[in-house]
Design a protein around this ligand. Structure first.
Ligand code: FAD
Ligand code: 2HG
Ligand code: ZN
Length: 471
C-alpha cells in the first residue's frame, strides 16, 4: 500500500489549502468532499480513493509553486482522468490518513498557433486531444495520434502514458510526436526544452525520459508536438474472417499493398454482439464471422483503388466485406470498433489487461487466453479487441470482483510466457505495478528506481505507480 498523505511538517491540510489558495485562487482549491468526488475515481470505476485536496493551477509558474508548497505530500497528477490503469487517481488509504493531493492539469490549456514551417505546435498539458486535432486541421496539418477518448484525454496524460491509439502502425506512439517538453520536477524546478530541434545530440534526452513516466518523475506542463500532412482522402473497410490467423494474414497483404494504411483493428463475434446491443447498431455484414478487422487508409490522393486491389488479392466473399469511401459510412464502420470500451463498462467493472505479443504468437495467444480466463475466472465474460497491426490486444474480463486479481495474474503470466509485454499502451499505473518484473528485468527495474530516486528523492510524485510499494 502506498504511503498516505503526509502533510508538510507541522502543517495541517487546512494550512496547505490556504497557502495553495494564495497561489491559484480559492476557487481552484477543492476541499469539499462532494466537489472532489469525480477526481477520486477512475474511468473504469475499479480504482480510486480519497484525496485531501484537489488543486487546479493555471500556469507552469503556479504548478511550480503548488509542488513546492506540497513538497512532503504525495501528489497525484491528473489530466482528463481517462487512464485505464488507476495511475491518475488516489488509492485506498487508511481511514485516519488524509489521502494525496490531486494536481489537476485541465487549466493548462494554452494552445499556441501552429508553426507551419516546422510542422509543430506547442500545447499546454491540459489541452484535449480533440482540440489539438481540430487546431492542427485548421492549419491544413494533422496530429497523428488518435484514440476514442479524444474529447477528454489531455496532451499531458497522453505524453505521461506514451499513449498509442489507432494510428500507431503508421505514425508511432505519442513518444514519436514529442519534440520538446516543459515539466515541473519534484523540487519545483522547471525543466524547459521546447525548441523543437529535430536534431539535437547534446546529452541525455530528459524530455523522452518523461514520456511514459506516468506522473512519477514530474508534472508535464506543456509539449512541443510534431504534426504531419493532412491526408483528407480516406477509405475504411470492415472485413470478416474465420479467425485471428486469417485476419493477421490479411493485415500482411494490406501492409504490402496499401501505402497509406494507418489502422488495422480487430474484434470478435461476441464483442460485436455486445457493441450492437449497447449502441443499438445494425449488423455490419450480411453474415456473422468469428473475427473482424476495421482497416483504414488515408492519403493525399484517393487510396480506395489500392484498397480495392488488396481486397481482391484477399479474395474475401461479398458477405465478409464492407467498404466506405464517404465520411458518414466510415464513421458507421468505425463505430463497431470504437464502442467496445463503453459497451464493456455497461456490463460491469472490467479487469483491463492491455498487452502486446509478437505478431507471430498473437493467434496462439488469442486461443490460450480464452482458456486461461475461463480457468482463472469461471463464469466471467471475456471481450477481446485491439490494435492487431501493433500486436496489441485488449483483454477485458467482466465478472471477478474488482479487488480479486487472480485473472490479472493468470493473463499477465501467460503474456510473459509468450514473450509479450504486460502493458502495450495504457501504462503500468497502480493496476500492474506488482507485475512489472514480468516485463522488466531486475537490472532494468533497478536502473529505473535510481532515476526515480534521483529526480524524486522524497518519493512524493505518484507513489505506488510503476513501482509496487506494497512490500
Ligand atoms: P489521466 O487519466 O488523467 O492520467 C493518466 C496517467 O498520466 C496518470 O498516471 C497520471 O498521473 C499521468 N498524468 C496525467 N497528466 C499528467 C501530466 N500533465 N504530467 C505528468 N503526469 C500526468 N489509450 C491508448 O493508449 N490508446 C487508446 O486507443 C486508448 N483509447 C481509450 C478509449 C477510451 C474510451 C478510454 C476511456 C481510454 C482510452 N485510452 C487509450 C486510455 C487513455 O485515454 C490514455 O491513457 C490517455 O493518454 C490518458 O490521458 P488523460 O489526460 O486522461 O490522463
Ligand atoms: C482502445 O483501443 C483503448 O479502444 C481502450 O485502448 C481499450 O477498453 C480497452 O480495454
Ligand atoms: Zn487501445
Amino acid at each position: 500500500m502506498p504511503p498516505a498523505g503526509l502533510p508538510n511538517a507541522g502543517a495541517s491540510v487546512a494550512d496547505v489549502a490556504e497557502r495553495l489558495a494564495a497561489v491559484v485562487g480559492a476557487s481552484q482549491v477543492l476541499t469539499d468532499p462532494e466537489t472532489r468526488r469525480s477526481f477520486e475515481v477512475d474511468w473504469t470505476g475499479r480504482f480510486g480513493g480519497p484525496s485531501c485536496i484537489v488543486v487546479r493551477p493555471g500556469s507552469t509558474a503556479e504548478v511550480s509553486e503548488v509542488v513546492k508548497i506540497c513538497r512532503d505530500m504525495p501528489i497525484v497528477t491528473q489530466g482528463g482522468n481517462t487512464g485505464l490503469v488507476g495511475g491518475g487517481v488516489p488509492w485506498q488509504s487508511q481511514p485516519d490518513q488524509p489521502g494525496p493531493v490531486v494536481l489537476s492539469t485541465t487549466r493548462l490549456d494554452d494552445l499556441q498557433p501552429v508553426d507551419r514551417v516546422a510542422a509543430q505546435v506547442t500545447a499546454g498539458a491540459g489541452v484535449t486531444l480533440a482540440r489539438l486535432q481540430s487546431h492542427a486541421t485548421q492549419a491544413r496539418l494533422n496530429f497523428p495520434v488518435d484514440l476514442a477518448a479524444r474529447d477528454t484525454a489531455t496532451v499531458g496524460g497522453m505524453v505521461a502514458t506514451n499513449a498509442g491509439g489507432l494510428h500507431v502502425l503508421r505514425y508511432g506512439t505519442m513518444r514519436a510526436q514529442v519534440v520538446g517538453l516543459e515539466a515541473v520536477l519534484a523540487d519545483g524546478s522547471v525543466l524547459t526544452r521546447m525548441s523543437g530541434l529535430v536534431k539535437d545530440n547534446t546529452g541525455y534526452d530528459i524530455s523522452q525520459l518523461l514520456v511514459g513516466s506516468e506522473g512519477t518523475l514530474g508534472v508535464i506542463t506543456a509539449a512541443r508536438l510534431r504534426l504531419v500532412a493532412a491526408h483528407d482522402e480516406k477509405v475504411v473497410a470492415l472485413l470478416g474472417f474465420a479467425g485471428t490467423a486469417e485476419a493477421l494474414a490479411a493485415v500482411d497483404v494490406l501492409r504490402r499493398n496499401v501505402e497509406g494504411l494507418q489502422a488495422a483493428e480487430i474484434f470478435f463475434e461476441d464483442g460485436l454482439d455486445l457493441v450492437r446491443s449497447h449502441a443499438r447498431l445494425a449488423a455490419p455484414l450480411p453474415q456473422s464471422w468469428p473475427a473482424y478487422l476495421v482497416v483504414e487508409a488515408a492519403a493525399l490522393d484517393d487510396p480506395s483503388e489500392q484498397m480495392y486491389g488488396a481486397l481482391s488479392e484477399l479474395d474475401l466473399p461479398d458477405t465478409a466485406t464492407a467498404v466506405a469511401t464517404d465520411p458518414a459510412g466510415q464513421a458507421r464502420l468505425w463505430a463497431y470498433r470504437e464502442h467496445h470500451t463503453e459497451a464493456v463498462s455497461s456490463i460491469g467493472i472490467p479487469h483491463k489487461l492491455d498487452v502486446t505479443l509478437p505478431q507471430s504468437r498473437l493467434a496462439d495467444f488469442e486461443h490460450a487466453v480464452r482458456k486461461v480466463v475461463a480457468d482463472a475466472a469461471p463464469g466471467s465474460r471475456l471481450v477481446l479487441f485491439g490494435h492487431i497491426g501493433d500486436g496489441n490486444l485488449h483483454v477485458n474480463v467482466v465478472g471477478p470482483d474488482p479487488e480479486d486479481e487472480a485473472v490479472d495474474d493468470a493473463v499477465l503470466r501467460l503474456v510473459a510466457e509468450m514473450d509479450g509485454s504486460i502493458s502495450a499502451e495504457h501504462g503500468v499505473g497502480r493496476a500492474k505495478a506488482r507485475w512489472l518484473g514480468l516485463s522488466r528485468s531486475e537490472s532494468e527495474r533497478s536502473a529505473m528506481l535510481k532515476v526515480k530516486r534521483a529526480l524524486d528523492p522524497r518519493g512524493t510524485m505518484n507513489p505506488g505507480v510503476l513501482f509496487d510499494l506494497s512490500g
